[in-house]
Design a protein around this ligand. Structure first.
Ligand SMILES: [Zn+2]
Length: 69
């Protein structure tokens, strides 16, 4: 188990990882995912931030930057 800072809010997010979890991916223990956006950039975001992203259009890095405001 490790943590990574969310690119949106900066919060440390628990992520399931390592060989122990390789075959038992459990969403309950994972607080975020890495998204590839429409502009080709990748961002690690917690689920709270993912819910705040617009779902009616393509998400870009500007939307991720706006999450921290
Ligand atoms: Zn976040």
């Amino acid at each position: 188990m490790t943590t990574d800072p969310c690119d949106g809010c900066g919060r440390e997010v628990t992520i399931a990882g390592g060989i122990a979890n390789l075959w038992s991916f459990d969403v309950e223990t994972t607080g975020g995912v890495t998204l590839e956006l429409a502009d080709g950039t990748e961002h690690f975001l917690c689920f709270d931030c993912i819910e705040r992203l617009p779902d009616d259009r393509d998400v870009t890095a500007a939307d991720v930057a706006a999450l921290s405001e």
